[in-house]
Structures are given as structure tokens and as C-alpha cells.
Design a binder for this molecule. Structure first.
Ligand code: PA5
Length: 446
């Protein structure tokens, strides 16, 4: 479902990968024996094979229920509590899903609570009256400010429009089993709730109700998604760095980092994979970027960004390498037609599939960038199906866990995210943050 096709061997020789074997073996053992840093968050490893069928059925039924009640689902969440669903919808739905005739898109999904823009939320509220609305509020901690603020506003809207009871039937909460303000609120209001397992961290939670409920509501085949992930779970068990592509990828990243590369550019040639890039950035950025270590994860959509970032990639500071995702069998095909006058001079391409041109752009760009001193890793995804995406999710989750262990960091915490939050609370005057507020007052205008 995902294959590591090649990498630039003039930058990393196969023997260098083999030299990583003892380190990869150790990282593999830390994962398998559940003895590494953050081992209490390894629930994602077995999720695809051990998903409770009764819970999965309940998710699917709630999804069907949402689709009956509403034609607009607002998914409230941030970071790991929204990026997986967004990536999946963007990849699996029609490229112009939002513009299709209503009967071809019975349920539309929009996101909120992933920033605090007043303009965004106010304009979303304006939109809601034109739709029948349901809300899925997602927060593992149940206390994150961005989704909590958005939910406060949307809850009020829903209660005013549908009444307290009516709103409660249209609001679905995905959160911790016991802890957090959202759990308390959901229990009191009588919302249908879904649990994010204790041992699955936010950015590893796409295959829990966090991702599955909005996807089921949108009519995505969640069984196929889980099946693909299950296949990855069984195929990516091998500890041999040469035989396990997730580990080869992890080792390559580690070697390139040791050789001075600081930025990994995740490149796709399918716009539908744009949010897979966003999901990937969060997964790698939050899992690895700590203790002064990690590769800065960036993403680009080619060939679009070849006309913006391309100059830098080809010719700028030599600090990056590329991980390119090629889709082997994209969803659609289109032939380039011959035209009589050939005024645009493109008849030399007539009769060829447009995809061939896209693939040639990929090949040509990789060669150009390699010549310019940018190593590339080429991964090939079979197609744009739910099963392949499930496989991809699991592949990168496994790869990042091993990558982080190879660098000696805990893949499953995110201490660096806290500082902006406590500064913001102090500056906003949240009780308990008075001392910090005083300290910050000397640095910022409050
Ligand atoms: O990966 C993570 O843990 C984070 O990105 C969280 O998903 C994000 O901060 C949202 O947290 P929560 O679901 O608790 O609101």
C-alpha cells in the first residue's frame, strides 16, 4: 500500500542504512516491549487489530444518525483532534466536494476550534442558519482553549436554535473517559459521547472515534480505513531496517539529519493530499521536535509550489531534503487531446494521459533537486482509497515513533506546546497565573 521506492544513494549509501540496524533494533525493542519513554501511550500500535467491534458499530450508527439529522457537521477540535479527519476527508472526497450539487454531498463537514479567529467563528455562525446542523466536539484533555471557546459559542447557538434537549441530540462529544471539563459538561448535558483511549495521544488518534466519527458521518468507509491500517500493523512488524520500509525511512531521516539536514519537505503531486501533509507535519513536529533535536517538518504541493518554493529548494540554503509521495493509481485519468491549430504548441503531448505529465514532472523535479544538493526519498502510495490512507497513517505513526527513539527523545509528549498557553493565560488574567502575569508585564504590553 505504501512502498519506499528509492532514495538518493549519492547522499546515503545502502551500507549506511545497514549501520543503523543496531539502533533501529533497540528502538524497535523499546516499542515492542513497551519499555521506552512514553510507553504508556502505545495504544495506537494495536488499535487497527483490536478495535472493539461494538464500539465501531456505535460509531457507524452515530455517523448515520448525524447524516440523517444534519446536512452540515461542525467538527470542533485542534491538532491531533482534527487534522486526521481533515486529511482523510480532503483526500477521499471529490476535489470539489463542497461545490457539488446538494444531493451528491448529503453531509458537509466544516471545522472550528482550530484557531481563535473571531472572523472565522462569526462567519461560521452566519452560515449555520442555512443548514441543519450537528456538532462533534473533540478534545482529549477536554480543556484546550481553542475548541472550548468555539464550543461555548456553538453550544449556545445550538440551544437557541434547537432547544436544550434538541441540541443535546445533535451534539456528540469525543473526549477522555473520565477527566476534563468536556467530559463533565457532556455527562451533564446528556450528549452521546465517545472515548479517546487513555493510551492514545492526540496526534496518534486518527483511528479512534476522533477521526472515525466525522468520517463515518461523511460516508467514508471506516472499515476500509481500519483494514488498511491493520495490514500495515501486520506488515511493518519486521525489525530489519532493510525489510521494514517504515524503519528504512526512519533510518534515512536520521542519517540525513546527522549529515546536517535540518528540514524535511513532504511533497505531494496530488492536491487531495494537501492535508495529509498537514497531519504529517503535526505528527513529526510534535513527536520529534524537542530537547533541541528533530527535523523541521515542512510540506509543499508540487507542481504548484515549484512556482513559489521551487527556487529555494533548487538553489537556496542546502539545509533540506524531500520526502516525495507519488500516488501510483490516482482516482481519475484524463487524456490530452490533439487540437488542429496547435497554437499552444502542446500537440507533442497529444494522446498521452495527463497523469504521465504529472509523473514526469515528479521525476524531472527529483533529478533537478538532487543535482541541486537536495536528497530525496520517494514513497509510492498505491491509490487514493480509504485502505491506502489507513496504511499511510499507520506507516508514519510507526516511523515517527522509531525516528524519535533513534534521536533519543520521547515521541509521545509535547512539553513545548505548554509555554504559549501559560503565557496566554497569564496575559488574559486567568486566575492562578498572577505571578507569571507580573513577570510578563515587564516584557509585553498587557
Ligand atoms: O498531539 C497532541 O497531543 C496535541 O496536538 C493535541 O491533539 C492537541 O493539543 C489538542 O488537544 P486536546 O484533544 O486535548 O484538545
Amino acid at each position: 500500500m505504501i512502498r519506499l521506492v528509492e532514495w538518493t544513494q549519492s547522499f546515503v549509501a545502502p551500507e549506511e542504512i545497514e549501520l543503523q540496524q543496531p539502533f533501529v533494533e533497540t528502538a524497535h525493542r523499546l516499542l515492542e516491549q513497551r519499555s521506552g519513554a512514553g510507553h504508556e501511550f502505545l495504544g495506537w500500535m494495536d488499535l487497527p487489530s483490536s478495535f472493539d467491534p461494538i464500539e465501531l458499530q456505535r460509531i457507524k450508527e452515530a455517523g448515520q444518525n448525524i447524516a440523517k439529522q444534519a446536512n452540515l457537521l461542525v467538527v470542533i477540535g485542534i491538532g491531533g483532534s482534527y487534522l486526521g479527519a481533515r486529511a482523510a476527508l480532503h483526500m477521499l472526497q471529490h476535489s470539489f466536494h463542497d461545490l457539488l450539487p446538494r444531493e451528491q454531498r448529503p453531509l458537509q463537514v466544516v471545522f472550528a476550534g482550530h484557531q481563535m479567529s473571531a472572523t472565522y467563528l462569526a462567519e461560521l455562525l452566519e452560515l449555520l442558519d442555512h443548514y441543519e446542523v450537528a456538532v462533534n466536539v473533540i478534545s482529549k484533555s477536554g480543556t484546550t482553549t481553542e475548541p472550548a471557546l468555539a464550543f461555548r459559542t456553538l453550544k449556545q447557538y445550538m440551544e437557541q436554535r434547537y432547544g436544550i434537549q434538541g441540541a443535546a441530540q445533535r451534539i456528540y462529544a469525543t473526549t477522555d473517559a473520565k477527566r476534563g471539563a468536556l467530559r463533565k459538561l457532556a455527562n451533564e448535558a446528556g450528549y452521546e459521547t465517545f472515548v479517546i483511549p487513555d493510551d492514545v495521544g492526540g496526534r496518534f488518534s486518527v483511528l479512534t472515534p476522533v477521526g472515525l466519527l466525522p468520517l463515518a458521518a461523511a460516508g467514508i468507509d471506516v472499515d476500509a480505513l481500519l483494514q488498511g491500517a491493520k495490514r500495515a500493523q501486520s506488515e511493518l512488524r519486521e525489525s530489519d531496517v532493510r525489510k521494514n520500509p517504515a524503519y528504512t525511512y526512519a533510518a534515512l531521516r536520521q542519517i540525513l539529519r546527522a549529515k546536517g539536514k535540518a528540514i524535511e519537505l513532504f511533497v505531494t503531486y496530488e492536491p487531495a493530499l494537501h492535508y495529509v501533509g498537514e497531519w504529517w507535519k503535526q505528527l513529526f513536529g510534535e513527536s520529534e521536535g524537542k530537547d533541541g533535536k528533530g527535523l523541521y517538518p515542512a510540506s509543499a504541493d508540487f507542481s504548484t509550489d515549484l512556482h513559489s518554493l521551487g527556487q529555494f529548494v533548487q538553489d537556496g540554503a542546502r539545509t533540506l531534503f524531500e520526502t516525495v509521495i507519488k500516488v501510483k493509481n490516482p482516482r481519475r485519468s484524463l487524456q490530452i487531446e490533439e487540437v488542429a491549430d496547435d497554437l499552444d504548441g502542446l500537440n507533442y503531448l497529444a494522446g498521452r494521459p495527463l497523469q504521465q505529465v504529472n509523473d514526469t514532472a515528479l521525476e524531472a523535479t527529483m533529478l533537478a533537486h538532487q543535482t541541486g544538493g537536495v536528497p530525496t526519498i520517494l514513497l509510492e502510495l498505491d491509490d487514493m482509497s480509504a485502505a491506502s490512507l489507513g496504511y499511510l497513517f499507520y506507516f508514519f505513526e510507526k516511523a515517527v515513533a522509531v525516528s524519535a527513539y533513534l534521536q533519543g527523545v520521547n515521541p509521545f509528549d509535547q512539553p513545548g506546546v505548554e509555554m504559549y498557553k501559560s503565557n496566554m493565560f497569564a496575559l488574559l488574567g486567568k486566575p492562578g497565573y498572577e505571578n507569571q502575569r507580573e513577570r510578563l508585564a515587564t516584557m509585553a504590553k498587557v
